[in-house]
Design a protein around this ligand. Structure first.
Ligand code: G4P
Length: 528
């Protein structure tokens, strides 16, 4: 590969911002875009309002889809870097969407609310990052509020998220007494000014914490406390080790207040410096490295057109290696088909532009009329599928009922396409070809019903099943597999790829079944 492409790879940073809803993910994203000059005013990235809707609201769903197309990928240039932020939905019912997006990033910034500490979604999202060894930077937000003690927060993060931490900045006071953060790394003091519109600029270099200037700036009490804290931190923590961060063993920690633009510049500056450049990805047979000459990429998200009169969709392709070029034929490995894209789009902040070429780490939007499903791979001829884009075992199950026999074909087409998009998973149970839809959240059923009607003209209803967990199963022991199939036949179905799935009535009965059939292997993601 020529050196230009090498430089293109090195300057890219593709990452996701993750958090429990309300911790400040949207605000932080927006502030990054402001710093990157990609937007001019705060408020351009609308908050994820659907997360707050207690009941499902179709207009909200539609609005959300509209917003999420526009903000799915936000690219901008910052200093010499090309930064790509991949948006992750905040609502927990869309968690699987978020998990899949995490397969397309090279690192994450995890936002934690200093008042609430580690929350449920924080834990789940971190589990996914750990599964994939994704490097994590922690941003502790809302320091302008009376939050938990910073040491307690770090301990909570270490314990509950099972990762080592290393603070790189340290707060001076908190809530009403919050004075700013001290950059332990650069030995600089950044003084807090509550200001939502301007970028805080009062940064003072303090080479020696004993210097009395510190007392003048923050008062005697907080100056002495900072001296103690800095000494303690240097005593407890080892020097920040970049390698350990890249191995996802260690998370550097920053403190700040996103809404006040505070602590953001330090975070962004350090992020571009230390975050990994585009990484390779495993396939079924080999590791593909970004600097390989030939283009490869995979689809991690599919978005239907919001206009129901146009059935086309946008497939989001993460480029893994080589250079992607407009109008060149690529090989769709699952369908064994040559495809060419005449209007591939890039996503620079809220603008969509047709692009001529794109490089590893970039995400391109490909117009699609039904060729793609999540996990599909494009190459220049080589045959493989990228690994690591699993479906997770769903937890809510309903039988799909056709309400209009004249529209059977539309219903079938609609549910196939929606499940290809990853809205939900589809299972078929015999006898009777019963269609079972499995999701991680209730809201998806409303989305499906609404979209089947509006985009495909098919009316459906759902009836609840009492299953609580699905798992794929395999065994080397054919006789045992047959015995299991016979005994559990009412709890078994097949997924879209024809693989067998067991539905458990409860977590307890799943455990019992595992104990009773030790020769059967149960899998909780589709990748095994
Ligand atoms: P999310 O995407 O993680 O769900 O969070 P989002 O950014 O929407 O932020 C959730 C709420 O927290 C918002 O308030 C936001 O203004 C507030 N927030 C974000 N950063 C800070 C901070 O540093 N300090 C304080 N005090 N608040 C912060 P909201 O009232 O829900 O919405 P809005 O009316 O302010 O938009």
């Amino acid at each position: 590969m020529n050196s230009i492409s090498q430089a293109e790879i090195q300057k890219r940073r593709t990452f996701g911002i993750i958090s429990h809803p309300d911790a400040g993910k949207t605000t932080l994203t927006e502030k990054f875009l402001l710093f990157g000059g990609a937007i001019q005013t705060a408020g351009a990235v609308k908050s994820n309002r659907i997360k707050k809707a207690a009941t499902s609201d179709f207009m909200e769903i539609e609005k959300q889809r509209g917003i999420s197309v526009a903000t799915s990928v936000m690219g901008f240039n910052y200093k010499n870097y090309k930064v790509n932020i991949l948006d992750t939905p905040g609502h927990k019912d869309f968690a699987e969407d978020t998990y899949r997006t995490l397969t397309a990033v090279d690192s994450v910034i995890l936002v934690v609310d200093c008042v609430k500490g580690v929350e449920e979604q924080t834990r789940k999202l971190m589990e996914v990052c750990r599964m994939r060894n994704t490097p994590v930077i922690v941003f502790i937000n809302k320091l302008d509020r009376e939050g938990k003690d910073p040491y307690d927060l770090l301990e909570e993060i270490e314990k509950e998220l099972n990762i080592h931490t290393r603070p790189l900045t340290w707060p001076i006071g908190i809530g009403g007494t919050f004075k700013g953060v001290y950059n332990l790394y650069e030995k600089q003091l950044n003084l807090f000014q509550a200001d939502k519109t301007k970028i805080a600029k009062e940064i003072v270099a303090i080479n020696d914490l004993e210097d009395n200037i510190l007392n003048d700036l923050v008062g005697d009490k907080l100056a002495n406390k900072l001296r103690e804290d800095a000494e303690l931190i240097e005593g407890i923590y080892e020097e920040f080790n970049h390698e350990l961060y890249l191995e996802s063993y260690l998370a550097p920690v920053f403190f700040g207040s996103a809404i006040n633009n505070f602590g953001i510049q330090e975070l962004l500056d350090t992020f571009v410096k230390i975050a990994p450049e585009p990484r390779g990805r495993e396939t079924e047979n080999r590791l593909v490295k970004p600097d390989e000459k030939n283009f490869t990429g995979f689809i991690f998200k599919i978005h239907a057109n919001l206009d129901p009169n146009h059935r086309d969709r946008i497939a989001f392709c993460r480029i893994v290696s080589g250079k992607f070029e407009r109008n060149k034929f690529y090989h769709h490995t699952r369908l064994n088909k040559k495809l060419r894209f005449s209007n591939p789009t890039s996503f620079m902040a809220n603008d969509k532009n047709v692009i001529e070429e794109a490089f590893p780490g970039d995400v391109v939007g490909l117009y699609d009329n039904g060729n793609f499903k999540i996990g599909d791979t494009l190459t220049e001829g080589e045959n493989f599928l990228f690994k690591g884009i699993p479906s997770f075992s769903p937890e809510i199950f309903k039988v799909l009922e056709n309400k209009d026999p004249l529209k059977t074909k539309q219903l079938e087409k609609g549910i196939t396409q929606l499940t290809d998009e990853g809205v939900a998973q589809l299972f078929t149970q015999q006898p009777g070809n019963v269609r079972i839809v499995g999701t991680v959240g209730e809201l998806q059923f409303d989305v499906i019903q609404f979209r089947l009607m509006h985009e495909y003209g098919a009316a459906c209803a759902f009836s609840q099943l009492s299953y609580q967990k699905a798992s794929w199963f395999t065994s080397d022991d054919k006789i045992e597999l047959e015995r299991f199939n016979t005994i559990k036949k009412y709890n078994i179905a097949t997924d879209k790829d024809g693989r067998q799935v067991f539905f458990a009535d409860s977590i307890w009965s799943l455990k019992m079944t595992q104990d009773t059939f030790p020769k059967i292997n149960f899998h909780f993601t589709s990748e095994f």
